[in-house]
Design a protein around this ligand. Structure first.
Ligand code: PLP
Length: 404
C-alpha cells in the first residue's frame, strides 16, 4: 500500500505554539476537563471586543466585498496604511509599497518564500515568535538565532547578533514590541541594529503587530524610520490592536532604498498575485480601524484591562519562590524564568505537560519560541484578573511540590 508522508521540508519546522502539549489539552477537553488556556494571544475569547463601528462598517460594506480585490489590496485600506506609515516616519513609501495579507502570518510566509534560496541565513531573535523561524526554514533558508538578553530588559544582544553574521546572511528580523517577552526596544538599540545592517548590507524585516499596545507612556519607534538608506519591510495588522484576530487582516510596508530590492519586489508581486488577494471584508474596515479614536488606548493605561492585568501577573509571578520575570512594556505576554536547579527541570515540555495534568493550565514552553534552555515559559495575560488570580494560586501550589 502506498503511504503518503509529509514533505521532508517540514522536518526542519518547529511550531510548538500549536504542538503536543496543545494536543494533550484538546484531548483533556474532549473528555470534559476544563483547561485554562494561557497559551494563545487571541483577545476575543477573553472578552475583548472590537468597536461597534468596525463591525457596523464591515456589515455595511459586505455587499461590495463579493469580488476579489487588487492583489495588494483595496485602495482605501492601502491608503490608510500608507498614512499610518507616514505617521510612523517610514521613509519613501508610496501606495505601491503596501501589501495587505490574511494576517501578518501570511505575509511573513510570503516575504520569506520570495527571498530565500537554500542555505541563505536570516537572523531571528531568540526567543522569537516561532512563525518567523518556521517560515525561514520552510523556504529553504536557515534561521540563525541571536540572543535577546533578559538582564537588559530582553533587548537584542548586539554583539551576539554581530557574531552570527556570515557571508550567507541576507536579513535581520526584529520583533518589536516583542512576543513572547513583551519588550519594547528603545531608539538607541534599534540604531545599533540599523548600523549593523548598513555595515553588512542586510535587509531588515520588522514585525510590529503590537506597536499600538505600548504601556507606561513609552513610544514605539519603527526601525525603518531610522534606515532611509536600507531596504526595510515593516509588518503590522489589526488582529491585536483591534481584537479581531479572526478577521485575518494585516499588512506589510516596503520602505527606504527600494532600488536594491527590485528583483525581490518582483518576486513578492508574483507570490502576491498567485494567492489572488487577501480577505476583502476585513480589508474594508482598515480605514475605519486606523482612523479616529483608538479604543485600544483605553486598555493600556492605568485602570485599563491590559495594563492592570500586566501589573497583576508581573507581581504575582515574581512573588512565587523560584520564579522571576521582567516587566513587559507592551503586548500581552510575559516570559517568566524558572529556577531549574530548585525544580530540577531539564525538559520544559515535560514541565508544561505536568502543569497541564496537575492544574489544568495550558502555557507554552520556552522551547516553543526557539529558546534553547528549559528555563522559561510564556503566559498570555489576556484573562481577567480573577482568572489570573486563580491561575497564579494554582501555579504557586504546583511549584511548591514540583520537582522534575
Ligand atoms: C509577533 C507576531 N507576529 C505576527 C503574528 C500573527 O498575526 P496575524 O493574526 O496578523 O497573522 C502574531 C500573532 O500572535 C505575533 O505575535
Amino acid at each position: 500500500m502506498r503511504r503518503f508522508t509529509k514533505s521532508t521540508k517540514l522536518d526542519n519546522v518547529l511550531y510548538d505554539v500549536r504542538g503536543p502539549v496543545v494536543d494533550e489539552a484538546a484531548r483533556m477537553e474532549a473528555t470534559g476537563t476544563h483547561v485554562l488556556k494561557l497559551n494563545i494571544g487571541n483577545p476575543a475569547p477573553f472578552g475583548f471586543r472590537t468597536p461597534d463601528e468596525v463591525i457596523y462598517d464591515m456589515a455595511h460594506q459586505l455587499p461590495e466585498c463579493e469580488g476579489y480585490s487588487a492583489s495588494k489590496g483595496l485602495f482605501s485600506a492601502r491608503k490608510a496604511i500608507m498614512q499610518y506609515a507616514q505617521l510612523k516616519n517610514l521613509p519613501n513609501v508610496s501606495i505601491d509599497d503596501i501589501y495587505t495579507g490574511n494576517g501578518v502570518s501570511e505575509l511573513i510566509n510570503l516575504s520569506m518564500s520570495a527571498l530565500l534560496d537554500n542555505g541563505d541565513e536570516v537572523l531571528i531573535p531568540s526567543p522569537d515568535y516561532p512563525l518567523w523561524t518556521a517560515c525561514v526554514n520552510l523556504a529553504g533558508g536557515t534561521a540563525v538565532h541571536y540572543l535577546c538578553d533578559e538582564q537588559s530588559e530582553w533587548y537584542p544582544d548586539i554583539d551576539d547578533m554581530r557574531s552570527k553574521i556570515t557571508d550567507k546572511t541576507k536579513a535581520i528580523v526584529v520583533i518589536n514590541p516583542n512576543n513572547p517577552t513583551g519588550a519594547l526596544y528603545p531608539k538607541e538599540v534599534l540604531q545599533q541594529i540599523v548600523d549593523l545592517a548598513r555595515e553588512h548590507q542586510l535587509m531588515i524585516f520588522s514585525d510590529e503587530i503590537y506597536d499600538r499596545l505600548v504601556m507606561d507612556g513609552l513610544q514605539h519607534v519603527s526601525i525603518a524610520s531610522l534606515a532611509p538608506d536600507l531596504f526595510c519591510v515593516t509588518f503590522s495588522g489589526l488582529s491585536k490592536s483591534h481584537m479581531i484576530a479572526g478577521y485575518r487582516v494585516g499588512w506589510m510596508v516596503l520602505s527606504g532604498n527600494k532600488n536594491v530590492a527590485r528583483d525581490y519586489i518582483e518576486g513578492l508581486n508574483m507570490l502576491t498575485n498567485m494567492r489572488i488577494c487577501s480577505n476583502v471584508p476585513a480589508q474594508s474596515i482598515v480605514q475605519t480601524a486606523l482612523g479616529g479614536h483608538q479604543s485600544v488606548n483605553d486598555y493600556i493605561v492605568p485602570g485599563g484591562r491590559i495594563y492592570e492585568q500586566r501589573d497583576y501577573i508581573y507581581n504575582a509571578l515574581n512573588s512565587i519562590p523560584g520564579v522571576t520575570a521582567v516587566k513587559p512594556k507592551a503586548a500581552f505576554y510575559i516570559f517568566p524564568k524558572l529556577d531549574v536547579k530548585k525544580f530540577n527541570i531539564s525538559d520544559d515540555e515535560q514541565f508544561a505537560l505536568d502543569l497541564l495534568h496537575d492544574e489544568r493550565i495550558l502555557i507554552t514552553r520556552g522551547g516553543g519560541f526557539n529558546w534553547h534552555e528549559p528555563d522559561h515559559f510564556r503566559i498570555v495575560y489576556l484573562p481577567r484578573i480573577e482568572v489570573l488570580k486563580d491561575a497564579t494560586a494554582k501555579l504557586t501550589d504546583f511549584l511548591s511540590y514540583y520537582r522534575q
